[in-house]
Design a protein around this ligand. Structure first.
Ligand code: NOJ
Length: 681
């Protein structure tokens, strides 16, 4: 519901500003004033735009604390600069507050409350460019807009020069950009000054205790942003180029907009997790009827291949056989899983499949896998097959088959695809994160929507909140997932991994981490991989289902390990993947995090808490529960001797009756955690 919209535009605008550009009000400030300021709805943040000697700049404060010192805005185009030599034609301001409902998500209702400032600029070359700022209580978004105009039609961005000049050398948690293996690395914790080039989201803590995260929203037809360190606390945008010798970063045609550049600002680390400005800055859903889009949990013929007990390729150990798939279907039906992922079902995994880029078939099964039969069998049991589309970055090959493959899947009644893009560069030499691939990933999501299919993308472009616009874009990888625990050779994801990524990767959106490995020591792993294991405890592994948000969550382990651990498995069966509310109870980046989430389809709450290598005890208030109601808390806890290194299987479940007036003590072992289901009585 829209509550209020206010807008101010100078009456003497020298060009046509349509009502969709800006609603026209009566009061007008002098358009030639070089300085324009807006306050956030709570009045505590202040954004100032200033045209300083023809150069667009902005700066930002939260209370008295400077968040961004004067920072330049602009571009280098192929045919000249768009970074100086500007004049202000006019400006507009408005407030907007509205609430919208996510068809699925971590929070059902999202409030969008912001103040907007739009600056209309004209360059000395005659080109027009506008900059739109949206200031929220918990952050800033801004984007560039090039309206349709005679002076600019097709154009090429050679570099975006947007600056983020920080007030200090803050603590930062980040991932190196422009390195092999994309976003699949452990986060680096350092001062900002140690950053070379960082991917986003890039998270920081200031000495005043503010938490900041830099990212982008609505990456649609552009190159993805990274931030390069220019010294003296200045970070600057850097875009992935087209790899065809042109050096082009973005090929555009007016009317055109950039993605939003976003800066989240929160007083607590947990506030970053419940910060929804990226979603707010995306367009509303383009899918009218979203009733076919359903969050859920899945199992699959997957972990076997990572342990090498089965293979993707054909032969004796082939995983994707009709018979083995039916075992998974029976298990899914018995335990209520919505899907069964089957990897290695289609021809072309033989040989080095990572090099099969332009050969993969997305319609032809191996002879020992009867696609129609397993799909029918799954559907007759009330579950479904999740199709796997590994491309090995053969984009042209995949795009050439999209229509035929997706039509086949639709005909079969398939509801979800897991796609994959293993490979450092795209087969034709393009970056994974440049405009070419941004276009590709979006094309597949749109095509999937046409066929009523949900997407789970591995080796994806980073999430920038497009699930609001395309709610069939469910979840993605884009980080080191569980698979690194099987074969990375570096021991796997360390205990501080989840308490770190909760404040970095997770800020961009849902993550298909594939949790739920209960055989922590990986007793079935291929000989010679002794260093690999899950660096957690049973309770810690369960907690991940609540901590890491994903509308599609996997129960990743071999089925026999669930049969052997029915008590722990019960939590995996019970935990939902669609939430009405999310509350961060406590958090310190890289050390611990506790999150409570309310199920969207029942009155139950769930809580997950994980810690790094330090054992911790928390006395938490249960005031998130409904007032005046009684709950049975089913607590899946580390056992008395639990320790991720020495006793990872030590685990206990106990129950207690409680309510919102009570506190609860959580005891987390070194590298462990706790998972709780609160059932309303
Ligand atoms: C990497 C993905 O992350 C993993 O889940 C998948 O099993 C392999 N690629 C094969 O597609």
């Amino acid at each position: 519901m829209k509550i209020s919209v206010r807008c101010v535009l100078p009456v003497f605008l020298l060009f046509t500003a349509s009502c969709s550009d800006m609603m026209i009000g009566k009061a007008a400030k002098k358009a030639t004033s070089p300085v324009h300021t807006i306050l956030s709805p709570d009045g505590a943040s202040e954004l100032t735009f200033e045209l300083a000697d023809g150069i667009p700049t902005y700066h930002l404060k939260r209370g008295k604390i400077p968040v961004m010192n004067p920072s330049k805005l602009g571009f280098e185009l192929e045919d000249g600069n768009l970074s100086e030599g500007f004049a202000i034609l006019g400006y507009g301001k408005r407030d907007s507050i509205s609430t919208w409902v996510q068809p699925w998500g971590e929070e059902k209702e999202i409030v969008d409350n912001h103040t907007e400032l739009k600056i209309f600029l004209k360059h000395e070359s005659g080109k027009r460019m506008n900059i739109i700022f949206r200031l929220y209580d918990d952050g800033l978004g801004f984007r560039y807009e090039w309206p349709e105009q005679e002076a600019l039609d097709e154009f090429v961005i050679m570099e975006e020069k947007t600056e983020f000049v920080l007030a200090d050398d803050h603590d930062a948690w980040w991932l190196q950009a422009y390195i092999p293996n994309r976003y699949e690395h452990l986060n680096i914790a350092s001062k900002v000054s140690k950053i070379d080039t960082a991917a986003t989201p890039l998270t920081m803590k200031t000495k005043e205790g503010l938490y900041l995260s830099f990212h982008e929203a609505a990456l649609t037809d552009y190159s993805s942003i990274s931030l390069i360190n220019r010294g003296d606390n200045k970070l600057q945008a850097i875009l992935f180029p087209w790899m065809d010798g042109t050096g082009h970063k973005v090929r555009a045609q007016t009317p055109f907009v950039s993605p939003w550049r976003t800066v989240k600002i929160n007083e607590t680390a947990g506030g970053l997790i419940t910060n929804y400005i990226d979603l707010n800055l995306n367009e509303p859903s383009k899918i009218d009827d979203t009733s076919w889009i359903k969050p859920g949990k899945y199992i699959g013929i997957w972990w076997d291949m990572h342990l090498n007990t089965r293979t993707w390729h054909s032969g004796e150990k082939h995983g994707a056989t009709t018979e083995y798939t039916k075992e998974f279907v029976d298990f899914a039906a018995k335990h209520g899983f919505d899907g069964v992922l089957v990897e290695g079902w289609n021809e072309t995994w033989d040989g080095d499949w990572t090099k099969n880029a332009n050969q993969f078939s997305f319609t032809k099964s191996y002879p020992d896998y009867d696609l129609e039969e397993v799909v029918e069998y799954a559907q007759s049991k009330g579950t479904n097959i999740i199709m796997h589309n590994e491309t090995s970055t053969g984009i042209e090959n995949y795009e050439a088959q999209l229509d035929e493959a997706f039509a086949l899947y639709e005909k079969l009644g398939i509801r979800a695809i897991k796609s994959g893009y293993v490979g450092d560069m795209i087969a034709n030499g393009q970056w994974h994160h440049g405009q070419y691939m941004v276009r590709h990933y979006r094309k597949v999501v749109e095509k999937a929507a046409e066929h009523g299919i949900m997407m789970n993308v591995h080796e994806p472009i980073k999430d920038t909140g497009i699930r609001r616009t395309w709610p069939n874009m469910m979840t993605r990888e884009g980080a080191r997932g569980q698979e690194y625990n099987a074969w990375s050779g570096d021991g796997g994801n360390p205990p501080n991994y989840v308490p770190t990524i909760a404040f970095t990767r997770m800020l961009s959106g849902p993550f298909d981490y594939t949790p739920g490995v209960l055989d922590i020591m990986l007793n079935d792993n291929e000989p010679g991989r002794d260093k690999n294991r899950v660096q957690s405890t049973i309770a810690g592994e369960l907690a991940i289902y609540v901590i890491i948000y994903s509308p599609l969550h996997m129960a990743a382990d071999l089925l026999k390990n669930y049969d052997a651990n029915p008590v722990a498995f019960q939590f995996i069966k019970d935990v939902p993947t669609d939430w009405e509310h999310t509350r961060v109870i406590n958090a310190e980046i890289g050390k611990y995090v506790t999150i409570a989430r309310k199920d969207r389809n029942s009155d139950d709450w769930y809580l997950g808490s994980v810690t790094d290598e330090e054992a911790r005890s928390f006395d938490i208030s249960l005031d998130f529960l409904d007032e005046g109601k009684t709950y049975e808390a089913i607590i899946y806890s580390d056992g008395p001797n639990a320790d991720w290194e020495t006793s990872p299987y030590s685990f206990m479940r106990f129950k207690t009756v409680t309510d919102a007036t009570k506190n609860l003590t959580l005891n987390l072992a070194r590298g462990g955690g706790v998972a709780i289901r609160f059932m309303k009585k």
